[in-house]
Ligand binder design. Structure first.
Ligand code: NAI
Length: 495
């Protein structure tokens, strides 16, 4: 993709530097849409050097359970950019999702998914919508740390770090600033999850103060998702935690009417991955039917990322013009379709329009924005003091009467610990619980240190020994700390 331009004195200009990018065509429709996309990029004058890497089904079937060929990692590190086709995750045990593997291994902390309407050429009830969802990509319930703790109770750990929150929130603000967006909305459920989601909200408020030119607000995720579905045109940039972002981005693509058209970026500190939102569509693979638009829009995000916003705009404007001219693949064909085409003919139509602008849809401006670097703030570590322990038990004796359990646990207190309360699925049942509360076989028993000084690990072990000697089956413990004097745990009443 190297075009040499002649100057008037006929001395050839030096070839513009080409940016190497790793390219993984993917599975199913991946190779077709990747070929179409790369043809368009080449014709648009993208200053890139595609370097193939092996990722996907063939790699899995060779016995590499991550689906990523060992030498691909080096290429990813070298180029720092991966344009990836969709990957089929084989059914059955032993195979991990390539996407999750790449995200975690490469520290791709922010998932950026623009969702906009292309009405009337693609049907939607919200022709004005044009928003971007920035989703935290590495933490939250996606850590995949799950346990069955008792016969009845299963647990999934939600892990949220201050750095993870700050990184993605700063990215969202920097993105808004770089892309001329006006408002950043955070969504969380901090009315219920006061520590984890509360941290996200607090960091959002802190970072927001550094961007006074941007409007900001915070919505509880349930009403936020409802409003996104009902009035998406009121949103601009949304930043949120991993699971909420996963759900919101599908809602946004769906109401934009463009699930098949969306591209997404997964941004890390040193590597970024660009891909379509859809999967490998095995049902239409190899038939020249697939719409390459999702991957093409991902490639446009990639071009902006590597500082070739001019080429990105050229590609997207030609693509918008193609949509306007009614040249559509089968998945979006409708009343505005003049010609129903296959994958490669669609790419040809886009190439034929390079240099043209859309006439009705807003044209894309070339953005100078290139890689956004996020700087985390310095913070001293907090002073951590052990003040108690929650002991989780499996217990079904005595018709599950909390008073009976309370008596037995008080016998295990010893000199220095005091049983403070017992809760069942977060609801306090001792002392003074309500008889109506449903009780599982899983009891959280809170012991606080009542002696002078700070308990040691040995003190906790001594307590656990006494609990076991009482014939009680502890399945897990969780230490209670204060951090700079603030409790690092919730009261756990949860009613
Ligand atoms: P899918 O997105 O591949 O297909 C859903 C439906 O949309 C199918 O009817 C398909 O024909 C259609 N479709 C998807 N992309 C299209 C396009 N570009 N043009 C025209 N029609 C298109 O979702 P599905 O069937 O749930 O997943 C298939 C495979 O893809 C699975 O193995 C899944 O794990 C994988 N997958 C991979 C992703 C990735 O690599 N990022 C994301 C989602 C799924």
């Amino acid at each position: 993709m190297n075009t040499t331009v002649s100057r008037s004195d006929d001395v050839p200009a030096p070839a513009p530097a080409l940016t190497p990018i790793a390219v993984a065509p993917g599975d199913g429709i991946g190779p077709e849409i990747m070929a179409a996309t790369l043809r368009i990029l080449e014709a648009a004058g993208a200053r890139i050097e595609p370097r193939p890497v092996e990722v996907g089904q063939e790699v899995y079937l060779r016995g590499v359970s991550s689906g990523v060929a060992p030498d691909a990692w080096e290429e990813l590190r070298r180029t720092g950019v991966l344009l990836k086709g969709p990957i089929t995750t084989p059914q059955g045990g032993g195979y991990k999702s390539v996407n999750v593997t790449l995200r975690k291994a490469l520290g791709l902390y922010a998932n950026v998914r623009p969702a906009r309407a292309y009405a009337p050429f693609v049907a939607t009830h919200h022709p004005q919508m044009n928003l971007v969802i920035v989703r935290e990509n590495e933490e939250d319930l996606y850590a995949g740390i799950e346990h069955r703790q008792t016969d009845e109770v299963y647990q999934c750990l939600k892990l949220v770090t201050r750095q993870g929150c700050e990184r993605v929130i700063r990215y969202a603000f920097e993105y808004a600033r770089a892309h001329g967006r006006r408002k950043v909305t955070a969504m969380s459920k901090d009315n219920i999850m006061k520590l984890t989601d509360g941290l996200f909200h607090r960091v959002f408020d802190e970072v927001a103060r550094e961007y006074p030119e941007l409007a900001t607000d915070h919505l509880i995720i349930d009403i936020g998702a409802a409003r996104l579905g009902a009035r998406p045109e009121n949103f601009d940039v949304i930043v949120t935690l991993n699971l909420y972002g996963d759900i919101l981005s599908d809602i946004a693509s769906e109401v934009a009417g463009s699930v098949g058209l969306g591209g997404s970026a997964n941004i890390g500190e040193t590597v970024a991955l660009f891909e379509a939102v859809h999967g490998s569509a095995p049902d239409i693979a190899g038939q020249d039917k697939a719409n390459p638009s999702g991957l093409l829009n991902a490639a446009a995000l990639m071009l902006t990322h590597i500082g070739q916003g001019d080429v990105a705009a050229r590609v997207q404007n030609a693509w918008l013009r193609t949509l306007e001219d009614g040249i559509h693949t089968g998945d979006i064909a409708g009343e505005h379709t003049t010609q129903r085409v296959g994958t490669q003919a669609f790419a040809d139509a886009v190439i034929a329009r390079l240099g043209q602008l859309p006439e009705r849809l807003p044209a894309v401006q070339g953005e100078a924005a290139s890689r956004i670097q996020v700087q985390l703030s310095d913070r001293p570590r907090a002073e951590k003091v052990l003040v108690g322990t929650d002991v989780f038990l499996e217990w079904t004796d005595a018709d599950r009467q909390p008073d009976v359990l309370g008596e037995r646990l008080q016998r295990a207190e010893g000199e220095n610990w005091r049983l403070d309360m017992i809760s069942n699925r977060g609801v306090k049942v001792w002392p003074q619980g309500l008889p109506e509360t449903n009780r599982s076989d899983h009891w959280r028993c809170r012991f606080l240190w009542r002696a002078e000084g700070v308990p040691t690990h040995a003190d906790v072990l001594a307590l656990l020994t006494r609990v076991a000697e009482e014939g009680l089956d502890f399945v897990k413990t969780e230490h209670l700390y204060t951090f700079d004097g603030q409790p690092g745990y919730t009261a756990g009443q949860g009613q």
